[in-house]
Design a protein around this ligand. Sequence first.
Ligand code: F6R
Length: 263
Amino acid sequence: MEIVLTNTPEEATELVASLILDCLGEKPDLVLGLATGSTPIGVYRRLVEAYRRGEADFFQVRTFNLDEYLDLPAEHPQSYRSFMWRHLFDHINIPRENVHFPPSEGANLLRRCEDYDKAIAGAGGIDIQLLGIGSNGHIGFNEPTSSLRSRTRIKTLTEKTLSDNSRFYKEGEIQPGLAVTMGIGTILDARQILLQAFGSKKAEALRAAVEGPVSSICPGSALQLHPRATLFLDPEAASLLRLREYYRRTRQNEEALRRQGRL
Ligand code: F6R
């Protein structure tokens, strides 16, 4: 795991967006794994801005979203499909058929979940997987105790996740209690993982994910098993990490080697 300690969420967002745009410059048919929630909104804004400036072309890009609420219609403002169109897809030149979400409505869900993993593999696998993390350590909707080798499937949301996300639902509105999510195994198949986390509410989850044991009780800790996972944290999210100084020095050393053209 590489830990990048930034001064602000904006700095983290800038770094992540630049990384994605650089990769897109090198590989126009980039396969992106995408997250929803508050955390990646700034990255999507920067991708849209780059497109508007003529600096990014999404025509060949293919995307696979991490998760979607079970049975929430696509047009519901809280569906992850409507989120993605609102924040990104409506504003760039990605063809509709290049955009993929896990199956969350209708029948044969188990088979269609398998098809989702097959579609990811068929696209050549995910080049960059963007992630946030829940205050309970979930990645995607892989809640605590999710199998570390799980594939795309249906998950029951924990009370913690339901209460964290209740802010998005009006009083009296029914909040979905189930979701379909890429599995932890599916996520770990991505070639590169970029996770962002901001705010003190994420500090405990980050402590467990980065410096705790690899354990399904903190699904984010599975990223320790990935050879190219980078975590971009603001000071509050990083506040409980014991090895902050070490992460800072590691980053400085890497930047120095990069400047010398040795990486
Ligand atoms: C969203 C997702 C979730 C969020 C996490 C953090 O697609 O998979 O794991 O990344 O719940 O959400 P925010 O960013 O709203 O704090």
